[in-house]
Design a protein around this ligand. Structure first.
Ligand code: GRF
Length: 196
């Protein structure tokens, strides 16, 4: 049996982290396979990108809430991911909290990338929070997902400086360069069984 790590990717945005992961797989530097890409935003860039690359792309019904899925929709998502053979759920700019239907279907098998050095600046627009707090350093964190907001066990971090003339946008761009390096690297370590 192949040991290739089967991924399910969830995202709500442009999908640059998904692109970095797909590029690493295509380059042969990451032994993984993207089984499905799903988004709660129908016209999200990440779905367009997935289709362009020939991956299965699924739209998830967004339901009544902004910050979480309806329990039955999340249960359907969990079933879809399991049916697709997904072993690891990779959040790549997915903007909703993960609740028990998905958490319980993939215990300790959901990871996220967050644009700050957690536990600093959890929540939304962390790059803006860092600039407004006049932090001198920030970065990104890959962590396991638990029921909290950006609270799960940290797997790896990468640091960048916050420069005196940074805007939220320039800092986010600098952080994203590190994200695109760090996320495939962490997936390599998970695929190699080095992260538990
Ligand atoms: C990234 O900055 C990530 O850290 C955060 O959302 C953003 C997603 O960007 N969780 P992209 O859609 O991967 O370009």
């Amino acid at each position: 049996m192949s040991s290739t790590l089967k991924l399910g990717i969830l995202g709500s945005g442009k999908g640059s982290n998904f692109r970095a992961i797909a590029d690493a797989i295509a380059a042969g530097t990451l032994d993984a396979e993207v089984r499905v890409v799903a988004s709660d935003i129908e016209d999200a860039g990440i779905l367009t990108l997935a289709r362009e690359r020939g991956y299965r792309a699924e739209y998830i019904a967004p339901g009544r809430f902004k910050t979480k899925l309806e329990p039955e929709d999340e249960a359907r998502l969990a079933a879809m991911l399991r049916d697709a053979g997904v072993e690891l759920v990779v959040l790549a700019g997915y903007m909703r909290m993960i609740k028990p239907p998905l958490l319980d279907a993939f215990p300790s098998r959901i990871i996220n990338i967050h644009p700050s050095l957690l536990p600093a600046f959890p929540g939304l627009e962390s790059w803006r929070q860092a600039v407004e707090a006049k932090a001198t350093r920030s970065g990104c964190t890959v962590h396991f997902v638990d029921a909290g907001m950006d609270t799960g066990k940290i797997i790896a971090q990468a640091e960048v400086p916050v420069l005196p003339d940074d805007t939220a946008a320039t800092l986010h761009a600098r952080i994203q360069v590190e994200e695109h390096r760090l996320y495939p690297e962490v997936l390599r370590r998970i695929a190699a069984g080095e992260v538990t």
